[in-house]
Design a protein around this ligand. Structure first.
Ligand code: J2J
Length: 553
């Protein structure tokens, strides 16, 4: 299948040749990569599951079982599907099965609800929603179907729990006990899109990021190498498996590439993750700063090396304060590795063994010598080293355009193909990047990205709301909390009527927004402050949001 210019923006041929000649792009699709791992690591454990280890050979076999089963359900190479799974080991047989079949999953997060899943399916013309056969997810899938104006097949991993309320559903048995099918994988172009990651975004609708087999595998291999993963690595995935960070930086796929073992935590709570670290000899894991703080809090007062096996805790996704960074070594008995990455591509790592100054106070440096980084002022002119500016980047694994978003692409990329990250950074004399702020209308709530405009549009769909603006405000635990300011139609206060904030939160929940997007606070204002040009004055609202809340009477 060929993607049109709005669906995929290729790299210029001269650069593509450079990336191939440098050995970054190896022309190998994910299916062949997995076969290679099965040959190389054979009977070594790949996944550690509650039912025992799954070897590399068996993981490879299960991916083939699922590829054949998905093909039998009508999925064809080039199709797009929305993949919505909880953190369980079966995520890998499905993801790898889809990749082997050349079907491109949109990697939805577990927190996504019908608002997001429905949008992905509609926007991408998805051939199916692939989910898990638990009653809650099936009910969600039925609501997604009901909200679309064309039929959407649902493929649910597991047994029919007998609660299905939608239309076409097909249950996909676990591959563990299924016989090996006679299946020949289709030929595939490694330069084509393998899967879609999701942008943190700043616009009214989420953006899809097409990552090619070539570029995604390069970032995975290079990440695994520079993070020094090996056959003795035991990687605990505590963050949502579909997210770019725990998937590829170096993440579960990096650990598999290195011949290590992957352990999946259903969630990142200390009560869930700590026993797994102890029982399975976990060596590496990845956290967002908010979760790191929860882990550190849970360890207060415990002996100083609670987890003798733990070597490295990676932290990224949101700003990490040096004070919290400093506590990692003494409390967790492991090295801290800061990671500053983005689903669009560019990932920076503090290199293992870096001096404290760099490890605690910077967000590292790019993976590749071919990652181009520009730090510029508001007019796209380079700023002197040591000055904060907008981070622009292009390189062998950074996209050149979002899927079906030509207008947004014209703003989000420079004419010469640099991605405008929306991050403000400085470069240290040693060449490491320090994130100093953000220039995008986004809230980073505990590492989860909220596009202000998406929530504003959703609030405006309530007839009471005449104008809405969502901003972030500092929070010691979450990093940022979200605050919505609304201008509402005059409503007479009737005794016993639910208060405005509750009404609007209910409105957003009814639209099916992911829970992390529901504003932490909703405040009415007689009118939103405006700039001289008539735009909402967000800096003024941020200042207002940061004021102490008056006790309600
Ligand atoms: C400050 N802000 C950071 C950091 C990301 C590895 C790690 C993280 C992500 C990720 C990822 C930050 N300090 N250390 O995909 O592979 C903010 C920036 C960035 C945005 C990207 C990976 N690390 N950020 O977080 O696509 O604002 O990817 O542009 O979810 O998170 O978000 P996302």
């Amino acid at each position: 299948p060929h993607d049109g210019p709005d669906e995929f923006t290729p790299w210029p041929e001269a650069l593509a040749r450079t990336y191939r000649e440098a050995g970054y792009w190896q022309g190998e699709p994910f299916g062949a990569w997995l076969s290679g791992l099965a040959r190389r690591y054979a009977d070594r454990p790949a996944l550690l599951t509650p039912d025992g280890p799954v070897t590399y050979r068996e993981l490879d076999r299960r991916a083939t079982v699922q590829a054949a089963a998905l093909a039998a359900r009508g999925l064809r190479p080039g199709d797009r599907v929305t993949l919505h799974l909880p953190n369980t080991p079966a995520f890998f047989e499905l993801l790898l099965g889809l990749l082997r079949l050349g079907v491109r999953p949109i990697l939805a997060l577990p927190a996504h609800r019908e608002h997001e899943l429905g949008y992905f399916c509609a926007h991408a013309g998805a051939a199916a929603l692939v989910t898990a056969a638990d009653p809650e997810r099936l009910a969600l899938a039925a609501r997604v179907q009901a909200g679309l104006d064309r039929p959407l097949p649902v493929i649910a991993l597991g047994e029919n729990p007998g609660t299905w309320e939608g239309e076409a559903v097909s249950f996909l048995p676990s591959a563990a006990t299924a016989p090996t099918p006679d299946f020949t994988p289709p030929r595939m172009n490694a330069g084509g899109v393998a899967l879609y990651q999701l942008s943190g975004g700043s616009t009214g609708t989420p953006k899809l990021i097409g990552r090619t087999h070539d570029d995604y595998l390069y970032s995975i291999r290079a990440s695994a190498d520079l993070c020094e993963l090996g056959a003795d690595t035991v990687y605990l995935a505590a963050l949502p498996l579909a997210h770019n960070f725990p998937l590829t930086s170096p993440g579960t796929l990096g650990a598999l590439h290195a011949g290590g073992r992957v352990m999946v935590a259903p969630d990142a709570a200390p009560g869930t993750a700590f026993p797994l670290i102890a029982a399975h000899g976990v060596t590496h894991t990845a956290l967002v700063p908010a979760l790191l703080q929860v882990w550190l809090r849970a360890l207060e007062g415990s002996p100083h090396t609670p987890f003798p096996s733990l070597r490295c805790v990676q932290v990224g996704g949101a700003p990490l304060s040096p004070d919290v960074a400093r506590q990692v070594r003494p409390r967790l008995g492991a090295a801290l590795q800061q990671v500053f990455g983005m689903a669009e591509g560019l990932v920076n790592y503090v290199r293992p063994g870096a001096p404290d100054e760099e490890a605690l106070g910077t967000q590292g440096r790019p993976i590749s010598p071919h990652d181009e980084v520009r730090i510029v002022d508001d007019h796209d002119q380079p700023v002197p080293d040591g000055t904060s500016g907008h981070l622009l980047t292009r390189g062998p694994y950074t996209i050149r355009g979002y899927f079906r978003a030509p207008d947004h692409n014209a703003r989000a990329f420079t004419p010469d193909g640099f991605y405008r990250t929306g991050d403000l950074v400085t470069r240290t004399p040693g060449g490491a990047l320090v994130v100093t702020g953000r220039h995008k209308d986004q809230i980073n709530r505990a590492g989860e990205k909220i596009a202000a405009e998406e929530i504003e549009h959703a609030l405006l769909r309530c007839p009471l709301v005449q104008a809405a603006a969502v901003v972030g405000t500092p929070d010691p635990w979450l990093g940022e909390r979200s605050v919505a300011f609304v201008q509402v139609a005059f409503v007479e206060a009737t005794p016993g009527a639910p208060d405005l904030a509750l009404t609007l939160k209910r409105h957003l929940r009814d639209l099916g927004l992911a829970a992390f997007k529901i504003p932490d606070r909703i405040e009415p204002l007689p009118a939103l402050p405006r700039t001289p040009l008539g735009k909402t004055d967000k800096p003024a609202l941020r200042a207002l949001a940061a004021q102490p809340v008056a006790p309600s009477t």
